[in-house]
Design a protein around this ligand. Structure first.
Ligand SMILES: *[C@@H]1O[C@H](CO)[C@@H](O)[C@H](O)[C@H]1NC(C)=O
Ligand SMILES: *[C@@H]1O[C@H](CO)[C@@H](O)[C@H](O)[C@H]1NC(C)=O
Ligand SMILES: *[C@@H]1O[C@H](CO)[C@@H](O)[C@H](O)[C@H]1NC(C)=O
Length: 351
């Protein structure tokens, strides 16, 4: 039986969370098929490509790590009682909760109408690492036997501090026929399902990063990545975050119109999104939707370079267009990957 009650949870969901274009892989496959090139020329191209890729990797490695969110967050905030425009959010004094790390640049605080969230307590620079966290509990994608008992057992094996941090997390979609006061294993499972993040070997819970709330498009300012070689999850600032600002990530691909975003967030994560982009007046929201759709279309077109549907020049033009629209929209995520891919395209055309 699966721990995932609903589709799209704690997993890559190709539809909801589209991957960046795999042009690098496609290109490698395509170029290996190219025939007739002189050996020396081929070696030269290979060398140039290798050098360019190496330079690109070095140059963009940090950016890629920052911007490539290849882990899908499945955190759900508490359902919001009333739509609160971002500007009127108030921190309830005295509710700052220590996160146990003294040099954290944030506190977890109770936000009016929103449940708990993460607030920057000092200015955070773009690219700064905000959290490095090991999984508190980790489960495979599919569990044999009772998922609730499995998660409860994992929870039992944690330290009392970790257990408390986990049990303090919110959850949605609790089975109606169960009692949260009595069926503690079901509570553990619901918390896990609500907050877990896909890692390489399965699904894991990170109670510190689980406090990140969601924002759409330009509203989110932090991204998270599972680093498989280090076995840690890292959260980085995508943009400069000022003291007092809420740190937000995105629970999925937000390059979609507001109505679709709202529907998905409500259905899978149980809340009405009131982020600054969702709260835009209708005419501006429509303009934002059109930009987001244009960005998504641009990525789809860019990805066809690998199958030779567009030329290298067209691919680079498309990437430039994506970049410009993203600039206008304030959507910065995935740019490192885009830049690296464009460099690869240029290198493959020996430019
Ligand atoms: C977990 O611990 C609780 C309380 O000690 C115990 O009642 C329960 O049987 C344990 N569950 C599992 C699956 O280990
Ligand atoms: C939206 O409407 C407001 C007020 O009518 C106007 O000031 C603003 O420029 C419009 N924005 C767009 C993007 O059309
Ligand atoms: C690429 O072009 C071919 C032939 O024109 C077409 O059949 C195919 O669907 C295109 N692929 C993409 C990804 O656009």
């Amino acid at each position: 039986m699966s721990v995932q009650r609903r589709p799209g949870k704690a997993k890559h969901d190709k539809d909801a969370f589209s991957d960046p274009p795999q042009v690098v892989r496609d290109a490698a496959a395509a170029s290996s098929k190219r025939k007739g090139a002189h050996k020396l020329q081929r070696r030269l191209i290979l060398l140039v490509t290798a050098l360019a890729v190496a330079a690109t990797l070095i140059y963009f490695d940090s950016l890629k790590r920052l911007f490539h969110t290849d882990v899908v967050k499945v955190k759900v905030t508490e359902p919001q009682a009333a739509a609160q425009p971002q500007s009127s959010r108030v921190v309830i004094p005295g509710d700052g909760i220590s996160t146990g790390e003294e040099d954290d640049p944030f506190i977890v605080a109770e936000l009016l109408g929103k449940g708990k969230g993460m607030l920057a307590i000092r200015d955070i620079e773009q690219g700064e690492r905000i959290i490095t966290e090991k999984p508190a509990i980790q489960a495979p994608d599919h569990i044999i036997g009772s998922p609730a008992a499995y998660i409860q057992k994992l929870l039992n094996e944690t330290t009392p501090e970790v257990r408390k941090a986990i049990l303090d997390l919110s959850y949605v979609n609790f089975p109606e026929d169960k009692d949260p006061k009595k069926d503690l294993d079901e509570v553990a499972l619901a918390i896990f399902q609500t907050n877990a993040v896909a890692t390489s070997g399965g699904v894991a819970l990170f109670p510190r990063m689980a406090r990140l709330n969601h924002g759409c498009s330009k509203a989110f300012n932090a991204v998270y990545t599972w680093r498989d070689n280090e076995k840690v999850l890292v959260v980085h600032a995508l943009k400069k975050i000022s003291a007092g600002e809420e740190i937000l990530t995105t629970y999925g691909d937000t390059k979609r119109p507001r109505s679709e975003r709202r529907e998905t967030l409500k259905q899978y994560y149980g809340f009405d999104c009131t982020c600054s982009v969702c709260a835009l007046p209708d005419n501006e929201s429509l303009a934002s939707d059109n930009r987001l759709l244009a960005i998504a279309d641009g990525y789809a077109k860019f990805a066809t370079w690998g199958s030779k549907n567009i030329t290298g020049v067209e691919a680079v033009e498309t990437a430039r267009k994506i970049w410009a629209i993203e600039e206008e929209e304030g959507y910065w995520s995935e740019r490192g990957r885009l830049a690296a891919d464009v460099s690869y395209v240029a290198a493959a055309h020996s430019e």
